[in-house]
Design a protein around this ligand. Structure first.
Ligand code: T3D
Length: 260
């Protein structure tokens, strides 16, 4: 059996994905990205999975592309790497109609930073740092960075972060709106998994529709977005979880959402 660079398990209706090449700071080689695609596909298609939790093994979250592989003449060419390794990961997370929580447990550099930022809720350990490291090695930011980062932190900050490739601490990342929350390192896994576990008990259809609306939001006019909200609200209103939410409210009890 080939080596497993992604550890994947399902518990509490959460699909847990752990990047697992700690000796090279969980940088992605081809095998690891393929295993990541498989884990994402499983999370998207399995109805028993209602939220996803992503983190890294060891002292780093992910140092981006495995640079040994990138310069190996026998290895995949750079276009293949971008198109076949990273783009499906970013699209997989953004298009998945379930919430994805990322717990950044150390440095997140290059594509590693942008994979994290493609998740819905990103929290980081206090010692984590984010770096758009691409410019340091003469590359351009990929993995959706030029799309997602300006939407998170605005036009004023993005060029500096990308061109200077400075390290942004977890606390700074919160201050500039890049991530949701910074927590003590020793609480990161518990907090991150706790958020994913909580999301897995909420109305999954409604959360998926909310995500679709947010994906579309920056590209739509107000009129288009209002029309899309109306359409999506009809779908949400037909879900069993909506009925359960209203019944629970009227009966003054806690709702038991089933994700359908
Ligand atoms: O083809 C393409 O490249 C297209 C795709 C591009 C997407 C990208 O992601 S481009 C950006 C690639 N990533 C980087 O440029 C980051 C490279 N890494 C670093 O700058 C530093 O390692 C960190 C700032 C992330 C962490 O520094 P530090 O001092 O904490 O750790 P270290 O000593 O540099 O790394 C520890 C080990 O991991 C070390 O190996 P060793 O000496 O113990 O045998 C180092 O070589 C290895 N490592 C770290 N990052 C990578 C890596 N090995 C392969 N690829 C890496 N990206």
């Amino acid at each position: 059996m080939s080596e497993q660079f992604i550890r994947f398990e399902v518990a509490d209706s959460v699909g847990k994905i752990i990047l697992h090449r700690p000796n090279v700071l969980n940088s992605f080689n081809r095998a690891m990205s393929k295993q990541m695609h498989e884990a994402i596909a499983k999370c998207a298609s399995d109805k028993n999975i209602r939220a996803v939790f992503l983190t890294g093994e060891g002292r780093a979250f992910c140092a981006g592309q495995d640079l040994q592989e990138a310069i190996d003449p026998q290895g995949p060419d750079i276009e293949k790497i971008v198109l076949e390794h990273y783009n499906p990961i970013i699209l997989g997370f953004r298009n998945m109609e379930k919430p994805v929580v990322c717990a950044v447990n150390g440095v997140a550099a290059g594509a590693g930073a942008n994979v994290a930022l493609a998740c819905d809720i990103v929290i980081a350990g206090a010692s984590a740092v984010f770096s758009q490291a691409f410019s340091r090695i003469g590359l351009i930011p990929d993995s959706g960075g030029t799309f997602i980062l300006p939407r998170l932190v605005g036009w004023g900050r993005t060029p500096a972060l990308m061109m200077l490739a400075e390290k942004v601490t977890a606390e700074q990342a919160v201050q500039i709106g890049m991530i949701y929350k910074a927590v003590p390192d020793d609480k990161l896994q518990e907090e991150g998994y706790g958020i994913a576990k909580l999301l897995a008990t909420l109305p999954t259809i409604g959360l998926g529709l909310t995500k679709q609306l947010l994906n579309a939001s920056f590209n739509n006019s107000l009129e288009e977005q209002l029309a899309m909200e109306a359409k999506m609200q009809v779908i949400a209103a037909k879900s069993n979880d909506h009925l359960e939410g209203v019944r629970a409210f009227l009966e003054k009890r806690k709702p038991a959402f089933k994700g359908n």
